[in-house]
Design a protein around this ligand. Structure first.
Ligand code: SF4
Length: 331
């Protein structure tokens, strides 16, 4: 009975639920269109499938608000930029829990591109929605909704590639946090479930959230997934804590990314040389408006080619972005 929204484990023809990602055509093959009956799809962002109690709590919390209030606006969205391609972003002020003074000062999130009202409201909306879903249904409910954003990042020719056995023109990749960071264990667990589910997508992330033990353990589990690469984001302020965290975590899980300021702590490179056999370190000389500080030359470091000039930014969503062709930071 393939109608009225009931899935019974068969391919569905002629009906697609409103919550299904738009890029799936109606004739999608069975492995794509099946949703087991025992797992009702809760990938809605307006609370409609969250149960009456959730809706009542939400209504009480917004009493007296106008319909224009941002409290009525929920959803999870990706950004797409000319260096990394698809990325998920959160507001720095609420999620960069271990931001150093250096990264606050040099963060490229300070750039004008990230300061537009549209960009800011998208990040706030992602955070508001993530918090709401975690509160109402824990990591499992946020995971179900993060699946929708990963689906958004599928290459345009993904289905063609499945049918013909060819490669997609660009790989399926998603950077977790173009801006923002992991701020709670439950939030990390939601991403763990998501990355685990989408083995065909490559994920990567940079983080400074390695000071809290429980949070770092959760992040290490995420970074250990075969289709995910985690990089400890370091600078002159926090490299010692990063080295300690790296040494406590299982071998081969973490790499490092250095934010190179114009002046570096003189102890930094010698300290990194103590762990050089167990880690790849990518260096990002501070850059802004096409200019960068002179890159540090050291056998320990690989300078990011998108910063030092080896790879140019690509505007089109359908062409290989610098990170997708370089892949140093990717799994
Ligand atoms: S080193 Fe490569 S993958 Fe990493 S940020 Fe630079 S271009 Fe992207």
């Amino acid at each position: 009975m393939p109608f009225m929204g009931t899935y019974i484990g068969k391919a569905t023809f002629g009906w697609v639920p409103t919550c299904w990602p738009l890029q799936f055509p109606r004739w999608a093959p069975p492995q794509v269109a099946i949703v087991p009956k025992s797992k009702p799809n809760r990938q809605l962002t307006c609370g409609a499938h969250l149960g009456v109690e959730s809706q009542q709590r939400w209504a009480a919390s917004t009493q007296g608000e106008t319909q224009m209030s941002t409290k009525f606006d929920y959803g999870l969205d990706l950004t797409n930029n000319s260096k990394v391609g698809w990325a998920f972003s959160l507001p720095r002020s609420k999620t960069c829990v271990n931001a150093t003074n250096i990264c606050k000062r040099l963060c490229y999130g300070n750039g004008i591109r990230y300061q537009s009202a549209g960009q800011k409201s998208k990040k706030e909306r992602n955070f508001r929605t993530a918090e709401f879903l975690l509160r109402e249904g824990g990591p499992e409910l946020l995971f179900q909704n993060l699946c929708t954003v990963v689906e958004q990042a599928r290459p345009r020719d993904w289905l063609t590639a499945q049918i013909t056995g060819r490669q997609t023109v660009i790989p399926w990749t998603l950077r977790i946090h173009d801006v923002g960071d992991f701020y709670s264990v439950d939030y990390v667990r939601a991403w763990f479930l998501t990355v685990q589910k989408y083995a065909g997508c490559k994920f990567w992330f940079y983080t400074r959230s390695f000071l809290d033990v429980e949070l770092f353990e959760a992040l290490s589990s995420l970074a250990a997934l075969p289709n995910c690469q985690g990089l400890l984001s370091i600078d002159s302020d926090n490299f010692e804590q990063a080295i300690i965290a790296k040494c406590k975590s299982p071998a081969g899980v973490w790499n490092m990314a250095l934010l190179q300021d114009s002046v570096l702590n003189s102890n930094l490179v010698p300290a990194l040389s103590a762990i050089e056999d167990s880690v790849d370190i990518v260096n990002f000389p501070y850059h802004r408006s096409g200019r960068h500080v002179a890159p540090l030359r050291s056998k320990l470091l690989t300078n990011c080619p998108a910063v030092v000039g080896g790879l140019s930014l690509k505007a089109s969503k359908d062409s290989l972005r610098p990170c997708q062709s370089c892949t140093i930071c990717l799994p």
